[in-house]
Design a protein around this ligand. Sequence first.
Ligand SMILES: [Fe+2]
Ligand SMILES: [Fe+2]
Length: 141
Amino acid sequence: MNDGNHSTLVWTPSLELGVGSLDRQHRELFGRLDRASELLTGDADAGAIASPLRELVGFTAMHFDTERRIMQAHGFPDSAAHGDQHAELLNQLRRVVAYALSGARRPQAPKILRFLGGWLARDIVDHDRQLAAFLRARGVD
Ligand SMILES: [Fe+2]
Ligand SMILES: [Fe+2]
């Protein structure tokens, strides 16, 4: 049963970057974060939440690696700061998931996931947008 604390993590068109591969991954990432937050807000048992949460971590790591490879392939100048932001986000996400799976901090987990969603949106707005502009100028879409 949902306790009513779940509020949707919404991907909005303002987060669209015009680079298809990145936009698709961002949309999926938001969907996965939202589902994880919903599951954690409800009373699903540990067995039911484990794989969606692990897949969320895996997908996030894959997404950041996609951006790392793109930045490397195209010689993006701001890749170090962008990579640092990713590493920190992924670290935080791993920590939330570990807490949630141990049961210890599960009540706070949806709130923290939404906080991470906001952080991810800022990564898209600040860093990914610069990367996308750089890529589009080189004909990548
Ligand atoms: Fe991104
Ligand atoms: Fe990024």
